[in-house]
Write a protein that binds this ligand. Structure first.
Ligand code: TYM
Length: 410
């Protein structure tokens, strides 16, 4: 398929896209608007003398609400690592920022001691999957960079309540929390402002670093549409400073639950058998895959709508099985044809082997990193990342404050 990505975005995505990123329709238009916006602004990035070459900026985040599962990994984290490796290999100097979004986590009740632990565990998990400050990744806690919340407030002053009210994630969280379906009635009694304005903070996370690319799973798409809207609103109201970011998804943007394959795999579902964690042992991985709910038909076919269970397994095999020589992966359709006529246990064995191989070493590295230097190593990495992230965010906030009338020109 021919690329529709503009020349500016191509170096960043390059080889990563062949293996992980899927073609994104209509990208040309967004890339153009991104370029023109950022060209109009002062940037904290070094200026080259010849052609004005702007660095791409990648930003993404994950909540510290438990060890990431296979959905987080295939939908987002593996791609973060791939982008890091590509930036390192190309020497493009593109900026990579990955945040443990602890302020988002407190939009639902958290016990303080557990949250403190989860934040560190998430740092260890990100390092264990291969993110590495020495390879250019800046990893930090969202709450260490106050500019995120400062910009959130400013964006809140132009954000539409109507738009926020239509966010599906907010509606569904509200419904799940209250075990009820009547959103209006619950909203009247139990509405928490933080949960409602969650997408404004997410927009600020991305916009404060003037990110050009945001690699996420499918469930974040609507939030990033909103972030683009926030950037456009701000630029129209004040000055052309913020960059409408581009959403980048993987070929597995929605990994499904292993026990309820019509629902996405999730950290919050109580049934542990529904997910595989990136730190699961090989025995646990095999048990989860062997226990995965499929259906009563004998044949193995890839039909995501009619047969979500078997299709989810074929997608896992496609993504975790070995890549072909040209870096591409066998499609779930092809694998469905190959396994058609064979036994279920053949397919489940193949999926289990592939997932075990994909996650090999993550568990060991996770435990080693969490305890390295008696736990201080994680703190040091975070402190360095936070300092770099504050510099990045402050460069934007100086422009933003002045544009709004809150600061001096500097
Ligand atoms: P979170 O913590 O729920 O998930 C982190 C990333 O994992 C992806 N993901 C999945 N991908 C495929 N299949 C699944 N079953 C699956 N479950 C989760 C998510 O899409 C996400 O990319 N609001 C965000 C965190 C956030 C953020 C940001 C992301 C805050 N600020 C700014 C990007 C940019 C969240 O709750 O992700």
């Amino acid at each position: 398929m021919r690329s529709t990505i503009c020349a500016r975005c191509r170096p960043l995505i390059g080889q990563a896209r062949r293996q992980i990123l899927r073609p994104i329709s209509q990208q040309q238009k967004r890339c153009e608007s991104t370029s023109s916006t950022s060209d109009a602004t002062t940037n904290d990035q070094p200026k080259t003398t010849e052609k004005k070459k702007k660095r791409n900026v990648v930003f993404s985040g994950i909540q510290p609400t438990g060890i990431p599962h296979l959905g987080n990994y295939l939908g987002a984290l593996r791609q973060w690592k791939k982008l890091q490796d590509d930036v390192e290999a190309s020497g493009s100097g593109d900026k990579l920022l990955f945040s443990v979004v602890d302020l988002h986590a407190i939009t639902v009740p958290q016990e303080a001691s557990i949250l403190r632990l989860r934040r560190r565990e998430m740092m260890a998990a990100l390092l264990a999957i291969g993110l590495d400050p020495e390879k250019g990744s800046t990893i930090f806690f969202q709450s260490s960079v106050p500019q995120h919340t400062e910009l959130m407030w400013i964006l809140s002053c132009t954000a539409s309540m109507g738009y926020l009210g239509r966010m599906t994630q907010w509606k569904s969280k509200l419904a799940v929390q209250n075990h009820a379906t009547d959103i209006d009635e619950i909203a009247m009694t139990n509405l928490k402002l933080g949960l409602f304005s969650y997408p404004v903070l997410q927009a600020a996370d991305v916009l404060v670093h003037r990110a050009t690319h945001v690699p996420v799973g499918e469930d974040q798409r609507q939030h990033l549409e909103f972030a683009r809207e926030c950037a456009t609103n701000f630029n129209h109201t004040f000055s052309n400073i913020l960059v409408p970011p581009e959403t980048v998804t993987t070929p597995s943007p929605r990994v499904m639950s292993l026990v309820q394959p019509t629902q996405k795999m999730s950290k919050s579902t109580p049934n542990h058998r529904s997910r595989i964690l990136i730190t699961s042992t090989s025995n646990e991985i095999r048990q989860r895959i062997y226990g995965a709910v499929t259906d009563s038909e004998d044949a193995i076919t890839y039909e995501p709508t009619r047969r979500p269970g078997v299709s989810n397994l074929l997608e896992l095999l496609s993504q975790c099985g070995p890549a072909l020589a040209d870096g591409t992966r066998r499609s779930p359709e092809e694998l469905g044809n190959e396994f058609n006529g064979r036994m279920w246990k053949d397919l489940k064995n193949a999926v289990a082997d592939a997932v075990v191989a994909e996650l090999e070493g993550v568990r060991e590295r996770y435990h080693e990193f969490l305890n390295r230097k008696g736990g201080k190593w994680i703190d040091e990495i975070e402190a360095e990342g936070a300092e770099a992230a504050r510099r990045s965010a402050e460069a934007t906030m100086k422009l933003v404050r002045y544009a709004v009338g809150l600061g001096r020109k500097s």
